[in-house]
Write a protein of this length. Structure first.
Ligand code: FDP
Length: 338
């Protein structure tokens, strides 16, 4: 079989008019940075990268050393490339401008440098999630407001899972594609083109320890799945929860399933657990491009008008039929209340 590298794939996409040169170079730079993060992650304890950094991010969460290292790798790699007008990250309160000594480009990059960081120290898959937007015309000093564009405006989105293999999943809005890192050669190689998520599934992912805090429609939906063969759904469902969104989403991209981080009483005041701009939006774009669905339980994620760079939202994504059912339960409950 002839291998197609990420670079070849990007050239083909350019020739087909689906990506411009600047965006394709930006993705190459991000992929190169992620290879460096993979190296740091793989070194584990002997690389001195495990454990707490002793700092907190802007959301008051303790930062791991690898959170900080990965953020720096992505910032450094992208500063000089000339494709960006600014970057924003989970680890920084405000967007980071491109230093004056480097040329500026027309794109905005958002990322969660190391998703699932609670899993780093126990050697379970973690990942990087990113989203690319166009910098509004005429804006030379982008602020948070310029990043607050609806998910439907994303030009590209992707994630990298640092697991047994390092895998990049990417979309430009023309299907979702997977690349696997060939460590010896140092290249990402196309391993699945045009991934399709099955519409139906018998597998769900949720942190069940929050069950007592969920809203009524969520209790109803999961209750029906747990009731199995004898319940209203008439079949048994299986459950998985890695607690690294990238790993849970990658399983869904591979064999179908659904992932939920719903609203619950503990996080209601924050709006949810996961971040819209660099977690929910890129994952929703990737999932929809693979034939799946992504919702807050009430609205399509990609249609949300962002109100803050670090805004949190409930996330329901995966096989379409299940997302439709659980969204219907939420709307029905809202209707009954209203
Ligand atoms: P983490 O806080 O470890 O970075 O991004 C948030 C996230 O991980 C997701 O990757 C993961 O799905 C979720 O939080 C896990 O949350 P719980 O610890 O509440 O299960």
């Amino acid at each position: 079989m002839k291998h197609v590298s990420l670079i070849q794939f990007l050239i083909e996409e350019r020739r087909a008019g689906r990506v411009n040169a600047e965006l394709s170079l930006l993705i190459e730079v991000v992929a190169r940075a992620c290879k460096r993060i993979a190296v740091a992650t793989n070194k584990g304890a002997i690389g001195g990268v495990l454990g707490e950094a002793g700092t907190g991010n802007i959301q008051g969460e303790a930062q791991k050393k690898l959170d900080v290292i990965s953020n720096e790798i992505l910032l450094e790699a992208n500063a000089w490339g000339g494709q960006l007008a600014a970057c924003a990250s989970e680890e920084m309160e405000d967007p980071q401008p491109i230093p004056d000594m480097y040329p500026k480009g027309h794109h905005l990059l958002l990322f969660d440098p190391l998703d699932g960081s609670s899993n780093i120290d126990v050697n379970i898959s973690v990942g990087t999630i990113f989203s690319v937007l166009r910098c509004p015309d005429g804006v030379t000093e982008p602020t948070a407001e310029h990043f607050q564009q609806k998910g439907t405006t994303q030009l590209a989105a992707g994630y990298v899972v640092y697991g047994p293999a390092t895998v990049l999943v990417l979309t430009f809005g023309h299907g979702t594609h997977e690349f696997t890192l060939d460590r010896e050669v140092g290249s990402f190689i196309l391993s699945r083109r045009d991934i399709r998520i099955p519409e139906e599934t018998g597998e769900f992912a949720i942190n069940m320890s929050n069950q007592r805090h969920w809203e009524a429609p969520m209790q109803r939906y999961i209750g029906e799945l747990l009731a199995g063969l004898d319940g209203p759904r008439g079949r048994d469902f299986n459950m998985r929860w890695v607690a690294s969104m990238v790993a849970d989403v990658h399983r869904i991209i591979t064999r179908g399933g659904v992932f939920f981080y719903p609203l619950d009483a503990k996080i209601r005041s924050k709006g949810g657990k996961l971040r819209l701009m660099y977690e929910a939006n890129p994952m929703a774009f990737i999932i929809e491009q693979a034939g799946g669905a992504a919702s807050t339980g009430r609205e399509r994620i990609l249609d949300l008008q962002p109100t803050g760079l670090h805004q949190r939202v409930p996330v329901f994504l995966g096989s379409k039929k299940e997302i439709d059912i659980v969204t219907h339960y939420h709307r029905e409950a809202d209707g009954a209340q209203g």
